[in-house]
Ligand binder design. Structure first.
Ligand code: ANZ
Ligand code: ZN
Length: 829
């Protein structure tokens, strides 16, 4: 037999599979479909080991499912709009499109070396007009439904570069511009948003989804539902002025000793007294520079400024001072709070700093006899069971949660306020002042206002010759031909929207696009179309298994769900969740256990590894190095070991069948047991994506076969076991197993089309014997153990017996005698 030459056979089989379309799904109506989706890559220019770590185990899942009899669809594409292309363009003076397509070409080649069963004939590239015309179509639908709207919203802005910045261009805690280090400010711009908040409640419902708990709780926290009461406080003095506050603790309303408005609150201008105006203005300026995270950070000292005005607590008519402070966010609730320093830590710290009153209105059961003074308050506050209302007029003695209900009822019946549910989730701001993205299909007309581009006129093509160098505004503004157009309604002169869409839009529906890529390519669209072949969609959706990084938990994975719900409401989808199951792979780290990065010099390059070890070894090692969801550091010795294992499988197949041994051979039963046990184990492990333990089981099966090869290779069961070992190795090392299969069974077709092996429980069971345990020749214990344990296993099992342990305690073991399948005798002194 030939030498194992991974690189040679891998190239051969990759070509063969492509030519024979081995992995093209049949996509027939009756097929047992399995839609396997892995998050598509951004074409950054280089396929790194992280991509391999995300994708090759996904490929193993796909292959495993295929062998289990499913028609598997495992598509791939490129998420190809976005900022890095624009930055590279600016830096190297090359058009983002050119840069992107060059990278795609390179990465497609690299991806092919992975030998994955990607359905390449379904590839989608999101910057293709035939792709993004459907993103535009979807935008128009959302607009019709009132789910897309325009509003003034703050953006990060660099005053020196005179440009808006993307989130990732604002760096560090002091939030400076990535290019010039100038502190970034917030600036109000008229921008497009999608009303994801309309789905907040539904997005909290994960019923029927098999998603990791971690992702579900991250999404839940991100959506941040809270139930409380909203009510108004009148300003003392001027007639008619008032502001609203939101509180989750109406039971503390008698403890309000001041109120706080966010520095952006519109009322500030009207209520601030002249003596305080300068201080207030300075403070407002200062807080504009801060991020939300910074403003609400627990460790930061809370500060603020007094406006000079007072508010009236509607429950007891008390007048309390109104402050402004940036720990109150303009974007949450009403942008104003009632402060209860005795029972809220932030308010407490603020009150301490400015010597404001701290009346106690809630106590715990144990406090009944003495009410804590404000010195011990902070300490007391952290003790959670602060439940009973005191110093609260007619409400004294009420206990949480009844206290919430009673106060809320009172406020509602007297017209003071209403119950209110708030979400932390904001609507999704999708306008980007960027060139390399999907144009927003809206036209501004002086007469008609915002007019959607008619469906028939899609796509709005992104011009190839737009200036991409930074100018301070959306680059498309400076493209005369793009910007100037006529109004679809009145035919008068009009201007196109020059902002582009957030690239997360492209990835919010790509799983549907894969089924019928570039649907209606080159054709004109209509309002009643669907962006896909509806027959295929009904057969193939939803996604059965989605895999990708947990870093996408609160952005992509939320948008992905939101889009599906909105599309269901458009009437173009018959379901409301895009993916039934989700799995998050871990991260592969450098040898030094740090995140891989060029600057640390700990990056491993998959292309080099493939050249020296072959694809199968790289794949197998990535799957062997630890649980897939945990990730692990790279280990150069590890891949050597795995490469040796693959080689040893090769040489095991080289062993020619020796003399024909009789089938009744006692070893035959042993081999059969190992075989069935391994099938059971590996099947279970693969089902749960535990490839590391799956591979380990295959390794020990290989060892077992190796040790029996000389004696037993003539047994049919031995050859069956060897075949099965290969079958179970297909998802891990598809090329090696294909080659060995073709050598063993020339002309019998691809191993990829073979069925997954099944085990029989009766063959899995160990034959048991009664093991007698003696100490100095006297029988001391008896144990039921599997037959054919090694001497070492027998010794270990016996030593685990507590009876034996106590007999051996304090003695020294001189000798151990084992009679296989019968007894063990410990000789001690
Ligand atoms: C009085 C009070 C007393 C509060 C108490 C809490 C404890 P969640 O649960 O996150 O919704 N709050 C309301 N709007 C705010 C804003 N724009 N910026 C900062 N804080 C704001 O938080 C609701 C609570 O956070 C509200 O209930 C309010 O403080 C504060 F013992 O009102 B509470
Ligand atoms: Zn018009």
């Amino acid at each position: 037999m030939k030498q194992y030459n991974p690189v040679e056979i891998e190239q051969k089989w990759q070509k063969h599979w492509e030519e024979h379309q081995t992995f093209s799904p049949k996509m027939e109506a009756d097929a047992r479909k399995f839609y396997m989706l892995t998050m598509f890559p951004y074409p950054s220019g280089d396929l790194h080991i992280g991509h391999w770590y995300a994708m090759s185990p996904s490929d193993a899942v796909a292959r495993f499912k295929k062998m289990q009899g499913h028609d598997v669809f495992f598509p791939i594409g490129f998420d190809s709009f976005g900022l890095p292309a624009e930055n590279a363009a600016i830096k190297h003076n090359i058009h983002p499109k050119e840069w992107t397509y060059k990278n795609i070409e390179r990465m497609r080649k690299q991806l092919k070396t992975m030998g994955a069963m990607f359905a390449w004939d379904h590839e989608v590239i999101t910057c293709e007009p035939d792709y993004y015309k459907w993103s535009q179509w979807l935008f128009l639908k959302l607009y019709e439904m009132g789910l897309a709207y325009k509003e003034f919203a703050p953006v990060d802005f660099c005053t020196k570069c005179n440009t808006t910045l993307a989130r990732e261009q604002v760096v560090g805690d002091d939030r400076i511009c990535e290019r010039c280090d100038t502190p970034v400010i917030k600036k109000e711009l008229n921008q497009w948003k999608l009303r994801i908040t309309k789905y907040a409640e539904e997005l909290l419902d994960f019923n029927g989804l098999d998603w990791p708990e971690r992702v579900k709780s991250m999404q839940t926290n991100w959506i941040g539902k809270s139930e409380g009461v909203e009510f108004s406080l009148k300003i003392a003095g001027p007639e008619g002025l008032e502001f609203r506050v939101f509180t989750t603790r109406p039971d503390t309303v008698f403890g309000v000793s001041f109120c706080v408005l966010a520095p952006e609150h519109p009322l500030i201008d009207q209520i601030t007294i002249p003596e305080q105006l300068e201080q207030v203005r300075t403070y407002q300026q200062k807080s504009l520079l801060k991020s939300e995270i910074e403003r609400t950070s627990e460790s930061r000292e809370k500060d603020g400024v007094f406006t000079g005005a007072y508010a009236i607590n509607p429950m007891n008519q008390q007048q309390v001072p109104i402050w402004i402070a940036d720990y109150v966010l303009a974007s949450y609730g009403t942008g104003a709070i009632m402060a209860v320093p005795a029972h809220d830590e932030r308010d407490f710290l603020f009150a301490q700093k400015y010597h404001l009153r701290t009346p106690v209105v809630i106590i715990s059961d144990s406090d009944i006899t003495h009410i804590p003074d404000s010195q011990n308050l902070l300490q007391a506050m952290v003790q959670k069971e602060k439940t009973i209302m005191v110093n609260s007029a007619g409400f004294d003695g009420l206990k949480w949660p009844e206290s919430f209900e009673k106060v809320a009822n009172h406020m509602e019946s007297t017209g003071i306020g209403e119950r209110k549910i708030n979400y932390r989730l904001h609507d999704w701001l999708i306008s980007r002042q960027r060139m390399w993205g999907t144009p927003i299909p809206i036209i501004h007309c002086d007469k008609c206002g915002d007019v959607p581009v008619p469906y028939e006129k899609l796509p709005v093509i992104l011009p190839d010759d737009a200036e991409f160098k930074p100018t301070g505004e959306s680059p498309l503004k400076y493209h005369y031909g793009f910007r100037h157009t006529t109004c679809p309604q009145c035919s008068g002169p009009a201007e196109r929207e020059t902002d582009t869409m957030d690239t997360f839009i492209c990835s919010s529906w790509y799983q549907y696009a894969y089924l019928s890529p570039y649907w209606k390519k080159g054709e004109s669209l209509s309002r009643n179309d669907t962006p896909w072949n509806h027959r295929l969609l009904k057969q193939w959706m939803p996604v059965d298994q989605y895999t990708g990084g947990v870093e996408h938990a609160t952005m992509h994975l939320l948008y992905f769900r939101f889009f599906t719900k909105a599309m269901a409401d458009m009437g173009i989808l018959p379901f409301r969740e895009p993916a039934v199951k989700l799995f998050n792979q871990g991260m592969i780290l450098g040898e030094d256990h740090e995140k891989m990065s060029k600057s640390r010099g700990n990056v491993v390059n998959p292309d080099d590894l493939v050249k020296s070890y072959g694809t199968d070894a790289v794949r197998a090692y990535l799957m062997f190095l630890g649980p897939w969801d945990a990730g692990a550091p790279w280990n150069p010795q590890g891949i050597e070991g795995v490469a040796r294992f693959l080689k040893s499988v090769w040489s095991l197949c080289e062993v020619r069948a020796q003399t024909k041994t009789s089938e009744g051979h006692e070893k035959a039963i042993q081999i059969r047991r190992t075989l069935h046990q391994t099938i059971k184990k590996v099947t279970q492990e693969y089902e749960q994506f535990k490839f590391n333990t799956g591979v380990a089981a295959l390794m020990s099966m290989r060892n077992a076969l190796k040790s029996l090869a000389d004696e037993c290779s003539g047994l049919d069961i031995f050859q069956e076991a060897l075949d099965t070992l290969l079958l179970m190795l297909v998802p891990i090392a598809p090329h090696l197993t294909e080659e060995l299969w073709s050598l063993r069974y020339p002309g019998h077709g691809s191993i990829q089309n073979q069925a997954w092996p099944v085990y029989l429980e009766e063959f899995v069971q160990e034959e048991m014997i009664t093991l007698v345990i003696q100490v100095n020749g006297k029988v001391r214990d008896k144990l039921e153990v599997p037959v054919h344990l090694t001497n070492k296993e027998i010794e270990e099992t016996s030593l685990a017996s507590s009876k034996i342990q106590s007999l051996l305690d304090g003695k020294s073991l001189i000798k151990t005698i084992v009679v296989q399948n019968k007894l063990i005798n410990f000789v001690v002194r």
